[in-house]
Design a protein around this ligand. Structure first.
Ligand code: ZN
Length: 195
């Protein structure tokens, strides 16, 4: 649980630090509001991906499972500014699968804490490997970082892509190729299937 008293104090200091009058009407409730909001956007601090990935189902054949375009919002730990975008997760089962929504939940667990995108990508792929014991797993995140687009180098529209793969997705190029085809243009993928 976040310590709301500390957050409130910190926000008040921060506002004073930038020269604001913390008692003016518009700001009076702000420390309180931010303390409550932080409870929500950092809720992943108290969660474990294992809670979501523990319940698995047996499958008769091991076909690739991919969930793409999982929207996420996280906070960059270097600037405490949002970065947000899409996550794509795939794995090749080894006899068991997990409910599809649980993969989205896993993304939330790691997004809702101070993060760097590279680390978050690795944490997700390793959670899938640890709890599902698949033949392989792969995760790609694409995100816009406000610390890059509204300040600093100011490159609006720039997107950061990160990739982490394990097992067959790391050792056998065909699985990584299939992953990229499946997250790419549907049209291209369908044409390919029709061949
Ligand atoms: Zn940053």
């Amino acid at each position: 649980m976040v310590d709301q008293t500390k957050i409130k104090e910190a926000v008040r200091l921060l506002l004073e630090g930038i020269g604001e009058d913390v008692d003016r009407e518009g700001l009076r409730e702000t420390p309180d509001r931010i303390a409550r909001m932080y409870g929500e956007i950092f809720a992943g601090m108290d969660e474990d991906a294992g809670e979501h990935l523990a319940k698995t189902f047996a499958v008769a054949s091991n076909e690739i499972v991919l969930v793409k375009n999982i929207t996420f919002y996280s906070i960059c730990e270097h600037h405490l500014m949002p970065f947000y975008g899409k996550a794509h997760i795939a794995y090749l089962p080894d006899g068991k699968v997990v409910g599809l929504s649980k993969l989205a939940r896993t993304v939330e667990v790691y997004a809702r804490r101070p993060q760097i995108q590279e680390q978050m990508t690795i944490q997700i792929v390793e959670a899938v490997m640890e709890h599902l014991k698949p033949q392989g797993a792969i995760v790609m995140l694409e995100a816009e970082h406000l610390c890059m687009t509204m300040r600093g180098v100011e490159k609006p529209g720039s997107r950061t892509m990160t990739l982490a793969s394990r097992g067959c997705f790391q050792t056998e190029p065909k699985w990584q190729e299939l992953f990229f085809r499946m997250i790419g243009e549907e049209k291209v993928y369908n044409q390919d299937l029709a061949k």
